[in-house]
Write a protein that binds this ligand. Structure first.
Ligand code: HEM
Length: 133
C-alpha cells in the first residue's frame, strides 16, 4: 500500500474518531442537556465524517487500487499531494468558518479548495483509467 494511501486513510481515521466522538456528545446532550452550545459542533461532525472520513477514504483507496501506468507506476504523485493538501486545508477552512472563528467567506473558500482537490485528483487519475485487455 503506497505511502499516500496510508496518509489519506490514517488522516481519515482521525476524522472518523473525532466525528463519532462529537456525534456521541451531541446525542448524549440531546438526552440530558448538559451543555447546550454543543450543538455548534454539528457542522464539524458533518464535515469530519462526510469529507474528512468518507471522501478521504475514497481518494486514498482509489490511489492504491486503480490501474498503474505501464512504465510510470502511479504517475506524478505531486497531484495527489496537492489534492491531499487542498482537501484538508478546505476542511479546516469550512470548520473554522462554521464555528465563527473565520468570516463566512472562508466557508466558500474552503468549499472551493475541496472542489479543487477533487479536480486535481481526477486529473491525476484520468490516464490511469484504462482497460488491460
Ligand atoms: C459515517 C458516519 C456518520 C455520518 C456520515 C453522519 C452524518 C450526519 C449528518 C449529515 C447529520 C445531519 C443530519 C441532519 O441535519 O438532518 C448528522 C447529525 C447527527 N449525527 Fe451523525 N453521522 C455519522 C455518525 C454518527 C454517530 C456515530 C453519532 C453518535 C454516536 C452521530 C450523531 C449525530 C447526531 C446526534 C446528530 C444530530 C441529529 C439531530 O439533528 O437531532 N452521528 N450526522
Amino acid at each position: 500500500m503506497p505511502f499516500l494511501t496510508r496518509l489519506f486513510l490514517k488522516t481519515g481515521l482521525i476524522y472518523l474518531g473525532a466525528g463519532f466522538t462529537f456525534g456521541a456528545l451531541m446525542l448524549a446532550n440531546k438526552g440530558i442537556t448538559f451543555y447546550p452550545a454543543l450543538w455548534r459542533l454539528l457542522p464539524v461532525h458533518i464535515e469530519f465524517l462526510l469529507i474528512g472520513w468518507m471522501v478521504q477514504l475514497a481518494l486514498g483507496v482509489a490511489h492504491w487500487i486503480l490501474p498503474r501506468l505501464w512504465t510510470l507506476g502511479r504517475g506524478d504523485t505531486r497531484f495527489v499531494w496537492l489534492a491531499y493538501g487542498l482537501l484538508n486545508g478546505g476542511i479546516w477552512l469550512v470548520i473554522l468558518a462554521s464555528l465563527g472563528v473565520l468570516p463566512p467567506f472562508y466557508l466558500f473558500l474552503g468549499r472551493v479548495a475541496e472542489a479543487a482537490a477533487a479536480l486535481t485528483f481526477a486529473v491525476h487519475l484520468w490516464p490511469r483509467i484504462v482497460a488491460r485487455n
